[in-house]
Design a protein around this ligand. Structure first.
Ligand SMILES: [Zn+2]
Length: 457
């Protein structure tokens, strides 16, 4: 009897292990099957050059950006500038750009599903409509004028990314031979918008200001006199010129380093860290499955002087352009913004559309009252410093940045912000590496792209 009991127990354990194994497999199959089937060794989906041989990539209004020919070879849009401007969104012939549609959305392009797997009844794969408009990318790429950098614009209510450009780039129809250490193609396979991290410069003052608005009760009553050089801790923090007497509105519009360094030192490392994390600048976002890069901020070992520089976005701060854009969206949207997304919809060869994807929202990146105050001050920046005439028909709130990068190179130019108004729920970020002045250079890129989006030029 004992023997039989033991055997029964043994059988029971075995079958339990089998059921558990099946559960784990089924769970992973449902979750990851698309990625398994899209493995680049799958000859049903990839041609002899390793290119995805099924599925078309289109922009939001139906321009075909990349498609497979009958022989399985892959082609790109008929127009070199558009091909270059959409390279990082669409993908390159070798699949080196890991965040591009051809790599990251290969399962959706192949038409993979749980019933028929990667087998597509007509053998064509799916049409994948991106949220971007190729025309906006074209304008942004031209506006960058051959400089390295990134441009992103998105709808902070729906999450749809309307424009996403990364430079340097190349023509996927004739990819260049890139020699090691060739400066012209530095980091060319990286989408700087999603995967880069850069010294933010004065755009970071929007975070220091959020902290100051909540932590320093008499902030609005305070006055500062900038002589062009302010002692903070054991050294001087300098401004390009003396800003004279200012209140907090003037200090932001002038982008006075002296005032913001003093505020940062007064707030302290713990508060700066808390507000930077809250703003999402140290977080990663998941954009339709693509993980963005996190920014890097380390206040823990900073001296008072270093903390001052950190508060104006210099020192060792690094920010991811996409995360900065989302923070701008949150300021615009009362504290929370939509998480960006790149896939508008997919459509099978039989004309069956995909289920609409739901808009996800961030946690609270900034308190609603603080967001309102920040927006007012950022609107004043435009009125007093950047010039409203450059941005027709736009209720623009913005902050420029001119981030010193050292090494005798020109500073990185930034321009980040958002539009208010029910019909124009757009947040944006522009980075021009070694571009020079933030408002002049990056602001002009932003103006051209926003003009196209808002005024249809
Ligand atoms: Zn100053």
């Amino acid at each position: 009897m004992k023997k039989i009991e033991r055997r029964a127990l043994f059988c029971l354990l075995l079958s339990a292990a089998l059921v558990l194994g099946l559960c784990v497999f089924s769970f992973r199959f449902v979750l990851r099957g698309g990625r398994w089937a899209s493995f680049s060794g799958n000859r049903h989906l990839y041609n002899s050059k390793g290119q995805l041989s099924v599925g078309r990539v289109l922009d939001r209004d139906g321009d075909v950006l990349s498609w497979p020919e009958k022989d399985g070879s892959r082609r790109w849009y008929d127009g070199e500038t558009v091909r270059k401007a959409t390279l990082h969104a669409v993908g390159d012939p070798n699949g080196y750009i890991g965040t591009s549609a051809l790599v990251a959305f290969a399962d959706r392009l192949s038409g993979y599903n749980l019933l028929t797997g990667a087998y597509s009844p007509l053998g064509e794969g799916n049409d994948l409509y991106l949220t971007i408009d190729a025309r906006y990318n074209y304008i942004a790429y031209n506006a960058l004028g051959g400089k390295k950098g990134a441009v992103g614009v998105y709808n902070y209510q729906t999450g749809e990314v309307l424009c996403m450009v990364s430079s340097p780039t190349f023509d996927p129809e004739s990819p260049p031979e890139i020699a090691e250490g060739d400066e012209r193609y530095d980091g060319v396979y990286l989408n700087r918008f999603l995967s880069g991290a850069f010294v933010p410069g004065s755009v970071y003052k929007t975070v220091t200001l959020a902290a100051a608005l909540e932590q320093i009760p008499d902030l609005y009553e305070r006055r500062w006199t900038c002589t062009g050089s302010t002692v903070v801790g054991d050294g001087a923090v300098t401004c390009p010129h003396a800003h004279g007497e200012q209140d907090i509105y003037d200090a932001l519009a002038n982008s006075c380093n002296g005032v913001f360094a003093q505020l940062a030192a007064e707030l302290g490392a713990a508060a700066l860290e808390q507000y930077t994390e809250k703003a999402g600048l140290t977080s990663r976002y998941t954009v339709d499955g693509i993980r963005t890069a996190a920014g890097q901020f380390d206040f823990s070992s900073a001296t008072e002087h270093q903390l001052g520089w950190a508060g104006v976005g210099q020192d060792d701060d690094l920010v991811n352009p996409c995360a900065l854009m989302v923070y701008m969206g949150a300021i615009a949207n009362g504290g929370k913004a939509a998480v960006p997304r790149l896939v508008l919809r997919t459509q099978s060869p039989l004309g069956l559309p995909s289920l609409p994807s739901l808009t996800k929202h961030t946690k609270t990146l900034v308190e609603a009252d603080t967001a309102g105050a920040l927006a007012e001050m950022m609107a004043r920046n435009v009125a007093e410093t950047y010039g409203t005439g450059r941005f027709p028909n736009m209720d623009l709130c913005a902050k420029s940045g001119t981030a010193e990068v050292g090494g005798g190179k020109a500073p990185n130019a930034w321009f980040a912000g958002f539009l208010r108004g029910e019909d124009t729920p757009y947040a944006f970020v522009v980075l021009v590496e070694n571009g020079g002045g933030g408002s002049d250079v990056a602001g002009t890129v932003a103006a051209q792209v926003l003009d196209a989006i808002v005024n249809g030029y």
